[in-house]
Design a protein. Structure first.
Length: 586
DNA sequence: GCCGTTTTCGGCCCGACTGTTTTCAGTCG
């Protein structure tokens, strides 16, 4: 995603925050938020569009006014309205909105009554007992704000999908044992397979809601109860995420699952669609007047508004409702579609297990091939392979392949891309391999132009087939490098090089937006485990989750090909390795 | 601020929980 688009979206969100504090028409506020969400995922750089004189006017939710403001922000970094709003209220006041329990009204009250302008100031005031004196606040509220802030300033936690799934599975076990619990499903962003989750939303069907809520509150893993009522509860798990529980009767399961899976934006769009048909959707069902006409299953809810079920990974209000209406929802790639993995490590490099063990693990999974891609020997990589090491490994692979008739190990390498885009192995060494994976492991700090140039050059190398984890991001640790992803994707397509979606739950790189861009531009994606041990293949489900969020179909993912198809692709001249025709989804 | 198979004006998704209030606003998901 081009960085300027993110900056424009941030400015629009800031306008919305400040208008909200000001007490502006809530629908006007929403218009700015919707515009921010519309700008974020655009493949095209809004700044470049503006400089070409192109406008976003006419896109959903963007009229003449917003299109003009977006262009102004994209080219100048700000706009007159934002400058005026900043003049009217403190710079850091929008920070207060991030404090749980503080919305626009209370943030404004604290600012005007006590001149509090930052979370740190609010925390100090709460500890001094000054907040309870403000009209609209009381001692319990003050305590809640203090606790929330103390936790937040200590470091806000999001959880990668592997960690989240451990907590999720534990909670499903706990809640399944609750009295009267029938179905227990993890919904929310976890079900949508977002790259990280901040909390777990769990739906339970049961006739007796309070009994299930009580059961959760008594669970040993619960560290703190944030809220609870007869049908819902919010708790924080010891060392883990917040859990939001919702209990509904069996007949409402489908409607509740839609509601609780979200996203919020998807739900709003869906309810608006229902409204246009004279229907009302809530978590209990679909209603025409007083009469309930659907809600037991998700399918019944979508059917009521004339749509097929939309896969959870697509429910982000990024065009899925329109696609569903026009019967062009993609048939999304599934875990079972994978036929191999193109990025596997062994103990000859930095892996933990032998070549034979990794091949056996892949075969057990039903794979037809793996490509071994241990790192090349760069200065920082003590376990890397040089030309001699690769030759020894190639011989071992040949011997192993001789024992298979239904499986093949490809001779590969994870070759380092140097600062200037050259590779750190010679062309003749690379030419002797079946498949070269190229990757960056350092100098993530290059500016956007140089980083892009570096990757474009590597992509253009005739031996390179896969660009591994293209942005180098590590969730919660390292931001993605500055990159013109659109250029990278187009270059990959033109060279017949495949872009990797590394399924490591801390990487998930490419992300969903980049996957969507690959599909739209006609570049192929390789979903790889980057396995360093046999069990690491389990993480492919997270990679497939991202791929599905990026609207990828089986044909968009190269390692869904059979061994014979893959071998043909590897042997083909560059343009043939690309997908035939780009598929525009937007 | 956007938008139109009810509308160019008057709508804009919906409900649970909390706390402060004295009948409901604010916040959240």
């Amino acid at each position: 995603m081009p960085v300027p688009n993110l900056l424009v979206a941030a400015a629009l969100d800031e306008i919305a925050d400040r208008l909200e504090i000001q007490g502006a028409n809530p629908f006007r506020v929403r218009a700015y938020r919707n515009a921010a969400r519309a700008v974020e995922p655009l493949a095209d750089d809004v700044k470049q569009l503006a400089e070409r004189g192109a406008t976003l006017e006419g896109r959903p939710g963007i009229g003449a006014d917003l299109a003009g403001k977006i262009a102004e922000i994209a080219t100048t970094g700000s706009c007159a309205l934002l400058r005026e709003l900043r003049r009217q209220m403190p710079a850091s006041i929008t920070e207060l909105l991030k404090v749980p329990g503080l919305g626009p009204k209370r943030a404004k009250a604290l600012w005007q009554a006590l001149d509090l302008r930052s979370p740190a100031q609010v925390l100090r005031a709460a500890r001094e007992g000054r907040i309870r004196a403000v009209r609209g606040f009381g001692e319990p509220t003050e305590r809640r704000i203090e606790n929330a802030l103390a936790a937040r300033l200590a470091g806000e936690r999001r959880f990668t999908l592997d960690v989240a799934s451990e907590f999720a599975e534990a909670m499903v076990r706990v809640l399944s044992a609750a009295p009267g619990a029938e179905r227990v499903v993890v919904a929310g962003s976890f079900r949508r397979m977002r790259e990280s989750v901040g909390d777990l939303d769990i739906l339970v069907t049961a006739a007796n809601g309070p009994a299930v809520v009580e059961h959760l509150l008594r669970t040993a893993d619960v560290d703190e109860t944030l809220a609870h009522g007869p049908t819902r509860a919010s708790v924080r798990l010891r060392g883990g995420p917040q859990v939001d529980l919702r209990v509904v009767p069996r007949a409402s399961f489908g409607a509740a699952l839609v509601y609780f899976t979200g996203s919020k934006a998807h739900n709003i769009a869906l309810r608006r669609l229902a409204q246009a048909r004279g229907l009302k959707i809530n978590e209990y069902g679909v209603f025409r007047g007083e009469r309930r006409i659907a809600g037991a299953t998700e399918a019944s809810v979508y059917r009521a508004v004339g749509l097929p079920v939309i896969p959870p990974e697509l429910r982000e209000d990024r065009g899925e409702l329109q696609a569903a209406r026009e019967h062009r929802l993609p048939a999304l790639v599934a875990l079972d579609d994978l036929r191999g993995d193109l990025h596997v490590h062994t103990d000859a490099g930095d892996g933990r297990e032998s070549l034979a063990a990794m091949a056996a693990a892949a075969r057990e999974r039903g794979f037809a091939y793996v490509a071994i891609a241990d790192p090349s020997r760069r200065p920082s990589m003590s376990h890397g392979l040089d030309a001699a090491g690769l030759a020894r490994q190639a011989a071992a692979i040949d011997d192993l392949n001789a024992t298979f008739d239904d499986f093949r190990v490809l001779r590969g390498v994870e070759c380092e891309i140097l600062d200037d885009g050259r590779l750190d192995l010679s062309d003749d060494v690379l030419a002797g391999l079946d498949l070269v994976v190229a990757a960056v492991h350092g100098r993530f700090d290059l500016d956007r132009a140089r980083q892009t140039e570096r990757l474009l050059r590597a992509l253009g190398h005739p031996a390179v087939r896969v660009l591994a984890h293209p942005t180098g991001r590590v969730l919660g640790e390292r931001v993605p490098c500055a990159l013109d992803m659109l250029q990278v994707v187009r270059k990959a397509r033109d060279c017949g090089t495949w872009l990797e979606l590394d399924a490591h739950p801390s990487r998930l790189d490419l992300d969903d937006t980049a996957c969507r861009m690959c599909r739209d531009e006609g570049a192929l994606v390789a979903v790889d485990a980057d396995a360093h041990g046999a069990r690491d293949f389990d993480r492919l489900r997270f990679g497939i989750g991202q791929a599905r969020r990026g609207w990828l179909r089986r044909e968009d993912v190269v390692n869904t090909r059979t061994l014979a198809q893959l071998e043909r692709l590897l042997a083909a001249p560059a343009p043939r390795r690309a997908r035939r025709a780009p598929a525009r989804t937007a």
